[in-house]
Write a protein that binds this ligand. Structure first.
Ligand code: NAP
Length: 286
């Protein structure tokens, strides 16, 4: 899989990626750099960010600013904006990608565990959105928000209930501000990815024997996981001016996984060919 957009599609733009030192955030950030953007990556662990920044600069020749920030803390979010502007001048896009999640029956969760996930995913996203939105509005600058949600943001899902609640909130935030802040030239869109292998997600969501019990591949009609570049292509498009009329949209990229789970008769995929032959014969006898 190769990059989709024309060279320099993001040239002159500065994009902040929360959770940009690892996993999908790092892959999307890398492609933004390849397309000419300046990148700000942020998360709690400065050592991880600095190592990734060095790696990304070496691989792409672009400029990366690592800034430590716990997205749950508004002051730290304001500091990311300050540091980004003092290094690159203006911020053009924010990719709200950082998240926390783990699997558990809901009745086993403490209220604190619930708080932690909702605080990272929902509070973290609205902190970044509010702080950047106010900044852009004050300075009369256009801006683009791109929020990473999940397909269960609209269906809900057991065993990841705090995450489902928080991602549903992020989806509501995306659509609400697409309407309210369009007058300031601020667009808001979201991506709902299906399974894309990352160390973080696999460790927390499919640990050990769980992966054997529920093979996520079996649920995906395309019978494979997503490639990071496939997601990066979509993210870069939604960040770029090529998508300047796309606002309030949520694009699912999951190989058909969630729609497969929703269709009442999709389980008939398991019926073998000879059984279909018999059923056809029975029908033609009537
Ligand atoms: P990941 O590598 O674990 O990324 C999560 C990032 O969030 C980490 O860099 C982490 O860095 C950061 N983070 C966590 N808490 C934070 C906090 N309080 N403040 C700042 N940063 C924080 O996982 P991933 O798989 O790439 O996931 C990225 C996004 O994709 C998430 O929004 C996830 O919900 C979504 N997603 C992933 C998949 C998938 O299959 N991978 C599927 C659907 C949706 P620190 O620990 O250093 O803070």
């Amino acid at each position: 899989m190769t990059g989709m957009l024309k060279e320099d599609s993001l040239k002159g733009k500065t994009i902040i990626v929360t959770g940009g030192g690892t996993g999908l955030g790092k892959s999307m950030g890398k492609y933004f750099l390849e397309l000419g953007a300046n990148l700000v990556i942020t998360s709690r662990k400065l050592e991880v960010l600095e190592k990734s920044a060095e790696e990304l600069e070496k691989e792409t020749g672009g400029k990366v600013l690592p800034v430590a920030c716990d997205i749950r803390k508004y002051d730290e979010v304001l500091n990311v904006i300050k540091e980004s502007e003092s290094r690159f001048g203006q911020i053009h896009g924010v990719l709200n990608n950082a998240a926390g999640n783990f699997i558990s029956p809901t009745e086993r969760l403490s209220h604190r565990a619930f708080d932690i996930v909702v605080d990272i995913v929902l509070r973290g996203t609205y902190n970044f959105t509010l702080a950047n939105g106010k900044n852009w509005i004050d300075k009369k600058q256009a801006g683009t928000f791109l929020n990473i949600v999940t397909t269960y943001a609209w269906t809900g899902s057991g065993y990841v209930v705090p995450s489902a609640c928080a991602k549903a909130g992020v989806l509501a935030l995306t659509r609400s501000l697409a309407a309210e802040w369009a007058k300031y030239n601020i667009r808001s869109n979201a991506i709902a990815p299906g399974p894309f292998p990352t160390e973080g997600a696999w460790k927390r969501l499919f640990p050990g024997e769980v992966a054997e019990q529920i093979d996520p591949l079996k649920r995906i009609p395309l019978k494979r996981f997503g490639e990071h570049q496939e997601l990066a292509n979509l993210a870069a498009y939604l960040m770029s001016d090529y998508s300047s009329y796309v606002n309030g949209e949520v694009v699912t990229i999951d190989g058909g996984e969630w729609i497969n789970g929703a269709g009442e008769f999709n389980g008939l995929e398991a019926v073998p060919q000879d059984m279909w032959d018999q059923l056809e014969k029975m029908r033609s006898k009537k």
